[in-house]
Structures are given as C-alpha cells and as structure tokens.
Design a binder for this molecule. Structure first.
Ligand code: TXA
Ligand code: MG
Length: 341
C-alpha cells in the first residue's frame, strides 16, 4: 500500500515510523524525486533495489540534513571537500567520500566510498531533519525509466512498492545532481548537472569531466554503464539547421513504419512544425533556455511514453554550461543515436 501525503500535511511521525520499520519514503528534492530508506539499515536499502529493479552493484546517494551527519558516514573530509560543501551545500552537488565501515555495502555496492549530498529543497530538508537518520535515495523511478520530476511520476512507476510518497509539486531543476569525486585530491566530475564545471572551477581551480571511460577500466560511477533515462520509443537526436532536420524527418516518415512520432522542439517552432507534420505530437522544451529544458526533459520523455510514441526526434542543445548536463541525459536516453543533418 502506498500512501500519498501533501507537503502541507503533518506526515512526519508516519514517515519516521516507516524509516524505523525499514520501509521506503519517496520525497521531492530540488533535482528529482528520491526513493529513500534509512541509510544505516542494510535490509531497508535492499528494498530500494527491489522496488526499482536496480542492479545491486549500482550504489546509492546518501542524503543528510546537517553537516554533523556526515561524520556518521566518513572519517576523511579533505579541505577540498570542505570548500565544496561550504559553497554548494545545501544544493545539487553530490560528493564522494571514503566510507566508514558502518555504512552498509547495500548503500555503496561494496565500494569503499560513499556518495553524499545535502539537498536544498525545503520539504527534503524538513523530512531529513525530522527523521534524524541519513537517508539513502536514488531517483524514485523504475530502473531505466526517466527520473521522476513530480509525485505522479513516482506513483506511475512505484505504486504499491513504496510506503509513502510526499507530494511537493514539480521539482525545480529536473535533472539529477552533479556528482564529484575528490578522494584523489583532484576534482573529477563523474556526472554533470546543474552545478557546472565552470561553477566548480570558480571555487576550486580546476575540475575535469570524467563521464567517459576506457572499456578495460570500467566507469568511475557504476551507474554510468546502464542505459538510463530511457523512453519506451526510439529517441533520435537531430543536429543541424532546422530545414534539414525537417527534411530528414519527412524522409524517415515516408516509410510510414514508425508511427506514432513525436518531435521535441522549443515554443518558437511548435506551430510551424505542427503545420508541416499534422498528426505528429509536437512537444516543447519551453523558451529554449537550457534551465527550462532541463526542468521539462524527463516529463516530455514520459509524455511520449503515455502517448505510445514509437520514434521521438529531438533538437540538441549546445554542449556548454548546463547544456552539457542536458546533452549528457539526452545522449543516454537516445543510446547515442545522434544524426548530423
Ligand atoms: O539528484 C540526485 O542525485 C538524485 C536525488 C534523488 O538526490 N539522486 C540520484 O540517484 O540521481 P541515482 O541513484 O539515480 O544516481 C546515483 C548515482 C549513480 O550513477 C551511482 O553509480 C553513483 O551515483 N554513485 C553512488 N555512490 C557512488 C560511489 N561511491 N562512487 C561512485 N559513484 C557513486
Ligand atoms: Mg537514477
């Protein structure tokens, strides 16, 4: 049974009890909704994997409300990590630390490190402070589905598999936190996000993207090897001038094989494209601002699923600043199908 509580409801005692009993609570953060369990309870964390259908070698991020709670998880906080926490916490930055032995393998996938973040969302902060335990929480979607950016997405994926969902409305950022590893003394960005390389470099000097890897070494964050964020249909990213993208889609559609089709564009071109492609679902990332696109991305992919879309053609974004993170998610969702027209 899944109970849904609104942010304004008084849910704290119930939520606390669920954590205490080793159950699962889904809650909003500023990035995406998380599926939480008491991070120090290995059995409870095991339930997260079960509920999501998540591979057991893909570790979880631990969420804390206060800096003091970090001491439960790690005994080694470098000056570099201190500086990052000072500037970016609470907020959408996850930092990898050497773990204490008390942190269960179920959280870390058997690694000797633990990923920690202090979210800024008021509801997340309230829940984390109120329940008093560090909370392990991956995104609250079924493994392989786009991350949830509102409570309905969580319900769609996890009804009956999660004890409580706290509905805090749609999230602000819409893509998952930036993950950094500073355990080597240098800053490596394992997953790009809302906090960009430039923002990190302004604070710590140099940062390096490490979200690609050599086959023989394996990915630095285990989650990177899985096909993430995938819609049910085939997503194709089209780069190049609009008129050529249109010609490409027209040619592809002539075969008539792949209906229904969706096109993801920006507000400016919705009407224009709808006239050219009647019967196609033309959906918008918004004004074209990359923050807005990030916020809408997963919702659009889920909308395509609801419409049973077989092929989705999306515009691309410039791979700089926050666009880098948006393109990272789009490329994963597209399994790297990018066509330069
Ligand atoms: O914004 C977010 O980070 C959201 C919200 C709920 O906080 N959470 C989230 O969790 O995106 P998840 O499980 O979907 O992604 C966690 C990522 C995975 O790619 C995992 O491999 C990586 O974090 N990770 C976790 N622990 C790690 C560790 N010790 N070393 C390297 N990567 C780690
Ligand atoms: Mg996820």
């Amino acid at each position: 049974m899944t109970i849904v509580r609104k942010a304004e409801d008084d849910y704290m005692e119930e939520a606390k009890e669920i954590f205490l009993q080793g159950g699962l609570v889904a809650f909003p953060t500023e990035t995406v909704y998380g599926l939480g369990a008491d991070a120090m309870n290995a059995a409870a964390c095991g339930k997260i994997y079960e509920a999501k259908g998540r591979p057991s070698d893909n570790p979880l991020i631990v969420h804390i409300a206060e800096r003091d709670q970090l001491d439960l998880l790690t005994a080694s906080v470098s000056p570099l990590a201190e500086r990052l926490m000072e500037v970016f916490w609470p907020g959408p930055l996850t930092i990898i630390f050497r773990k204490r032995p008390e942190v269960p393998d179920a959280v870390t996938g058997g690694r000797d490190t633990v990923a920690v973040r202090m979210p800024s969302h008021p509801e997340a902060r309230k829940l984390l402070a109120g329940c008093g335990v560090p909370v392990a929480a991956p995104s609250a979607n079924l493994s392989g589905r786009p991350s949830p950016t509102c409570a309905v997405h969580v319900l769609d994926d996890l009804q009956g598999r999660v004890d409580m969902i706290i509905d805090g409305g749609p999230v602000d950022i819409g893509i998952e936190s930036t993950i950094v590893d500073v355990t080597s003394g240098e800053l490596k960005i394992l997953r790009p996000g809302h906090i960009t390389k430039d923002m990190l470099e302004a604070v710590v000097g140099t940062a390096e993207h490490k979200n690609t890897w050599k086959e023989e070494e394996g990915p630095p964050a285990p989650g990177m090897k899985y096909r993430h964020y995938a819609p049910k249909g085939t997503l194709i990213l089209l780069s190049g001038p609009l008129e050529r993208r249109i010609a490409y889609i027209q040619k592809q559609m002539q075969s008539g094989l792949h209906v229904p089709v969706a096109i993801l564009t920006t507000d400016e071109y919705v009407e224009y494209l709808q006239d050219i492609f009647p019967g196609v679902s033309v959906l918008s990332y918004g004004s074209g601002a990359v923050d807005e696109a990030a916020k809408r991305l997963y919702r659009l992919l889920r909308e395509c699923d609801d419409l049973d879309i077989k092929v989705i053609y999306s515009k691309v974004f410039e791979r700089s600043g926050k666009g880098y993170a948006v393109m990272n998610r789009l490329e994963k969702a597209a399994a790297c199908r990018i066509v330069e027209v």
